[in-house]
Design a protein around this ligand. Structure first.
Ligand code: SAM
Length: 348
């Protein structure tokens, strides 16, 4: 398996069969080797730098009904909230003062957030904080809508493809949602000029080695600037309540492989990784990640944006704990950088 890792490092791709064999591997020494090579690659490109993004969860309303997600439409127990224009600007102000230079506006697919509402928010954030990047993560919208959001000043868009296998996509989503549309959104976002993020959950119900191989091949084809990958974690009020959580080791292994596949990628150590293990963030960075996304949402709503059980909502996940985060990163030879942290233009 180590030859495959070396090949991935040199050629930045493998065949579907090779990827499937690699992700079927359960050998710790192979995971260690992948981790070492991934960290070497991250260091070559980014040195010691780790970027921070302030995550603002703007709405827990969602018109979709994804089987895995705690804020799915059919979850009648979910507490719903949406932030107002001025609450979002307050979060940005607080984040700016803490040192954040990227704001990620994430939420369910909430029809309250029309193009008009969103463009007004984006314009105000950009006017107030011209040295900051605005990232959106608001699901599937029309090409025209994405164009308007880009024209208003949004810089980046995160839209995990969730799974690149047609059959698996159907297992995770109800009728009406399709992989075809999800992929089309991603290609549109890229073409419009957004720095684009794709990604998937590790260990989602029904995921096979072939699914993961398809995911890696799709990432190679799309070559997004950002990749969001975290473990699947069950939520008690979803149809997947009894499914096992994704594994920490597999998630870290996949993150290392993605660093080798897309060396320049902006790769966050996700909140879900921290939910799975108290040192999730550190472990993510030590597997090749270079981004962390502390939570800037108002404290009162953090527990309402519950995608999965046991989501961390205080402590190290909170943006206010930035000093602790800096200390934690220093302990593993990294430094938190307070700039926009754009995708590097140079080839490495
Ligand atoms: N609505 C937007 C979208 O569809 O992209 C953004 C919000 S959505 C809740 C953000 C991401 O959360 C999804 O892309 C999904 O991968 C992740 N997520 C949802 N439920 C999860 C779960 N149970 N475990 C881990 N991640 C989950």
């Amino acid at each position: 398996m180590k030859e495959y890792i070396q090949k991935l490092q040199e050629e930045h791709s493998l065949t579907k069969e090779e990827f499937a064999a690699l992700v079927s591997c359960r050998d710790e020494s192979v995971y260690d080797f992948a981790r070492q090579q991934a960290v070497k690659t991250r260091r070559r490109i980014y040195g010691q730098d780790v970027y921070i993004r302030g995550l603002i969860e703007i709405s827990s309303y969602c018109k979709n009904d994804c089987y895995y997600c705690g804020i799915r439409r059919s979850n009648k127990k979910a507490s719903r909230y949406r932030l107002t224009h001025s609450q979002i600007l307050d979060c940005c102000r607080e984040g700016y003062n803490l040192g954040f230079r990227t704001f990620v506006l994430q939420g369910g697919e909430d029809s309250h957030f029309t193009d008009q509402t969103l463009t007004a928010i984006i314009r105000d954030v950009k006017a107030g904080y011209p040295d900051c990047a605005v990232t959106l993560s608001l699901g599937e919208r029309s090409r025209e809508s994405y164009e308007k959001l880009y024209a208003a000043g949004a810089d980046r868009y995160l839209l995990r493809h969730e799974t690149a296998s047609e059959e698996h996509y159907q297992r995770l989503h109800p009728k009406g949602l399709s992989l075809k549309n999800r992929k089309e959104c991603l290609w549109n976002l890229k073409e419009i000029g957004f720095q684009t993020g794709a990604g998937f959950m590790v260990g989602s119900p029904g995921q096979t080695a072939e699914c993961l191989a398809d995911d890696l091949l799709f990432l190679r084809e799309l070559s997004p600037q950002m990749v969001g990958v975290g473990p699947f974690l069950r939520h008690q009020d979803t149809p997947f309540a009894d499914q096992p959580d994704g594994s920490l080791e597999m998630t870290l292994f996949l993150l290392s492989l993605i660093r080798l596949l897309l060396p320049k990628a902006l790769l966050p150590a996700t909140t879900a990784l921290s939910a799975l293990h108290p040192d999730g963030r550190k472990l993510g960075i030590l597997a090749g990640c270079n981004v962390v996304m502390p939570n800037l949402s108002p404290a009162a709503v953090r527990k309402k944006y519950l995608l999965y059980d046991h989501k961390p909502a205080t402590g190290l996940e909170a943006a206010e704990s930035i000093d602790l985060l800096k200390k934690q990163m220093k302990e593993i030879g990294c430094q938190v950088v307070c700039d926009r942290g754009d995708y590097p233009a140079a080839d490495f």
